[in-house]
Design a binder for this molecule. Structure first.
Ligand code: MRU
Length: 380
């Protein structure tokens, strides 16, 4: 199946559109109020799309970076294979400077460099080898997410211990918008809901302060899919778990999973894992193996991106009057007093001991009896 048909079959929403050699991405800064695609013609455009958060989510970041350079390479004339190779490796190093925490970008860069080195050594067309390899990543991500969805849905059905319908809770946005299609944690939710006689009754999702990936993007995806869902404040989750025992699991994505299972994901994930443990609910991490970094032994070595304090001290969004007029004007409202110091880490690390299972396209990993950590090097 081609990359495009794999994607189209996977979801109603496409965050990344690739028709060789044309790339466009859904501008997530405008969601949920407008669906506008932006043309990405060069690696500089790709870098800008990632840094400005027009595109976000660990797998999507890697694929947009890879394909932005594929679009650029398609338009370039090169004199020698070595020149093509040097050009591509230089641009890949530049794309690596966009965002630091999600390992998928660095994994993709390593694999793409390996592919073009093989083609250089075997005197194949380096540009074509690069474009083929980048395009293959798009199709692989959709297939991996569908496997994650199936594996996770089966695991939840078999382990929930609830007779009848269940509810789950998720955080941030891990769906079609954060990937090439279907999604990871939200992919499991999609797969659970699409099953004949689905046992999934309802999905709760946190707003995901301060950037509101939950309130803006997950809300949008769940409405598109017509999956019954309710938005809650991040700080309401413990109260919700206490009142509703049919919420059997919290399902989240990952930006980087260390070899021992410690998982970096959107800020707020760690406190969700603590409250899941306290209330005796499953805490499930869903991620493709491209999010697992075996070179990092534990979470303490994961670089956490820190973002501008103004994301906390002010609120940003589109004002009602501009929405009504059909014109999108972004407004920033001051919340905290001028001069307030703020710490704004974009991710946190959840220790492996709090994680019930790690669902990948290759299967579901659980810890050995009595172990506090995973041995992912032995598992994948
Ligand atoms: C399948 S996406 C997994 C993670 O990348 C996701 O949970 C997340 O933390 C996204 O953060 P973002 O800052 O929006 O890129």
């Amino acid at each position: 199946m081609s990359a495009q048909s794999a994607q189209t079959a996977s979801a109603k929403l496409l965050a990344i559109k690739w028709q060789r050699p044309h790339l466009s991405i859904l501008n997530q800064l405008l969601l949920p109020h407008a669906s506008e695609y932006v043309d990405i013609k060069t690696s500089a455009d790709g870098h800008h799309a990632i840094v400005s958060m027009q595109t976000r989510g660990a797998p999507a970041i890697a694929i947009v970076a890879a394909l932005s350079l594929a679009a650029e390479v398609s338009q370039q004339q090169f004199n020698t294979a070595q020149q093509t190779y040097n050009f591509i490796t230089g641009k890949l190093d530049y794309l690596a400077t966009s965002r630091p925490t999600a390992v998928n970008l660095f994994d993709a860069i390593t694999k793409l460099k390996r592919a073009i080195k093989i083609s250089l050594d075997s005197q194949d067309d380096v540009a074509v080898a690069y474009i083929d390899a980048a395009e293959a990543m798009l199709a692989a991500d959709v297939a991996d997410n569908q496997s994650i969805g199936r594996n996770g849905a089966r695991f939840i059905e078999e382990s929930s211990g609830v007779v009848g319908k269940i509810k789950v809770l998720t955080h941030c946005n891990t769906g079609a918008l954060a990937t090439a299609g279907h999604g990871t944690a939200l992919g499991i939710i999609r797969s659970l809901y699409q099953k004949p006689e689905s046992i999934l009754e309802h999905v709760y999702f946190g707003e995901t302060r301060p950037y509101n990936q939950g309130a803006r993007l997950t809300a949008y995806e769940l409405l598109c899919e017509e999956i019954p869902s309710t938005l809650v404040c991040d700080s309401a989750v413990s109260a919700l778990l206490r009142t509703d025992p049919t919420i059997v699991a919290i399902i989240v994505g990952a930006d980087r999973v260390a070899a021992n299972g410690d998982t970096a994901n959107k800020i707020g994930t760690y406190q969700l894992a603590i409250t899941a443990k306290f209330h005796g609910r499953a805490f499930i991490v869903a991620a493709p193996t491209t999010s697992i970094d075996l070179a990092v032994t534990s979470g303490k070595d994961i670089v956490i991106e820190e973002r501008d304090p103004s994301e906390i001290t002010a609120a940003s969004g589109f004002v009602q009057t501009s929405l009504e007029a059909g014109k999108l004007v972004r407004e920033t409202l001051c919340v905290a007093p001028k001069g307030t110091a703020a710490w704004n880490p974009s991710f946190d690390v959840t220790p492996a001991e709090l994680i019930t299972a790690i669902v990948t396209e290759k299967g579901v990993f659980v810890k050995d009896q009595g172990a506090a950590e995973y041995d992912l090097a032995a598992s994948i």
